[in-house]
Write a protein that binds this ligand. Structure first.
Ligand code: AHG
Ligand code: MN
Ligand code: MN
Ligand code: MN
Length: 338
């Protein structure tokens, strides 16, 4: 459809225009993605006035991850779960902030075909410092029989089975980025109008990498191959230049968004303090890996393609390398060599 309007198209117009790319569409993709759009606006609004609405700071509770839950973790979790439940297209949810999966046992949802896995608020440690945070989501077609409550197997599918994935980054502007397997597109929220408009069409990793993103404070715990990469990244070329520059925000979504636009690699390796790495396979590594591959990048655990790992536990952690293909392959080579 030609765009007869002299403005970028909205997220809603784009979804409708691209329904054909989403298998089993019947308008469910629109309903699914528009629930992330609505909930994203609500969380964005809360974040933008966090210091004024008593959602700064911790709840005093620990979540299933053993992390001190932030008030915004809880608020974002509730907003996304309630919005998805009300849309009637989701049978159940896995969330970083919920111990086990949630089955929407009401009548309508049982007939829905999809399950959602999400990190409602990514980068929680940054909220009180007013640094970019995000939301990450992953969508699968359920494998158990529609019309019955969801089962654990619906959530333990390999990442290659994702039908859609995306993130919201609440930064200097709020951007929703998603894929349904036909490329990656980004939509910037215009608070004056209350709509998301297409701002980043067909995002592709540039060929060269520009940044490396890793918490170098854990250097002492890193495997040898990772240490070898860090030394490579920090070396001074004969002409005095450095191959990469370091950028690490503490918010996966912020680092991935920058690296996808300008080139770079994000690494959260295993180390003694995190024997399997820190990032969770189902609602951080897999959705980001889907987006990364769709944008021409690569995502692995240092040896295996992230999206081919068959999950065993809903909160399973995985070592994670993700970004510009040549950089991920260089790290994999260093890991293999040592
Ligand atoms: P979350 O806030 O959802 O728990 O995720 C935080 C993750 C990721 O966003 C970030 O890159 C990483 O944890 C930071 O971990 P360290 O503070 O250990 O570097
Ligand atoms: Mn957390
Ligand atoms: Mn996270
Ligand atoms: Mn989180």
């Amino acid at each position: 459809m030609k765009n007869h309007i002299d403005r970028p198209i909205t997220l809603g117009e784009f979804i409708i225009e691209n329904q054909k790319d989403f298998e089993y569409a019947q308008g469910e993709l629109t309903a699914l993605l528009s629930s992330f759009r609505l909930a994203g606006k609500m969380v964005n609004q809360a974040i933008n006035r966090a210091g004024l609405s008593n959602i700064i700071g911790k709840t005093g509770n620990e979540n299933v991850q053993g992390e001190h839950q932030a008030k915004l973790d809880v608020m974002a979790n509730e907003v996304f779960i309630n919005t998805l439940r009300n849309r009637g297209v989701v049978s159940g949810i896995v969330s970083e902030e919920e111990e086990d999966f949630i089955s929407f046992d009401n009548e309508i949802n049982d007939s829905s075909k999809y399950v959602v896995l999400m990190d409602p608020l990514d980068g929680s440690s940054n909220i009180d410092a007013n640094i970019t945070v995000g939301t990450i989501f992953s969508i699968y077609r359920r494998v158990s029989k529609p019309g019955t409550p969801v089962k654990r197997e619906d959530f333990l599918q390999a990442g290659t089975k994702q039908v859609a994935a995306g993130y919201l980054t609440y930064g200097s502007s709020t951007i929703l980025v998603y894929t349904t397997g036909s490329g990656v597109n980004g939509f910037t929220f215009d608070p004056g109008i209350g709509s998301f408009f297409l701002s980043h069409k067909d995002i592709r990793f540039p060929n060269a990498g520009y940044t490396y993103s890793i918490n170098e404070g854990n250097y002492g715990h890193f495997p040898k191959g990772i240490k070898k990469f860090i030394k490579w990244a920090q070396r001074i070329e004969k002409n005095g230049t450095r191959p990469l520059t370091a950028r690490y925000t503490g918010s996966l979504v912020a680092d991935i968004h920058r690296n996808m636009l300008f080139g770079g690699i994000y690494l959260y390796p295993q180390g003694t303090s995190a024997p399997n790495g820190k990032l969770r396979l189902l609602y951080e590594a897999n959705p980001i890996a889907f987006l990364t591959e769709q944008a021409g990048g690569k995502a692995s655990d240092g040896i295996n393609r992230i999206m081919e790992i068959v999950p065993k536990d809903i909160h399973q952690r995985v070592p994670f390398l993700c970004g510009t293909k040549s950089l991920v392959e260089l790290v994999e080579k260093f890991i293999k060599e040592v």
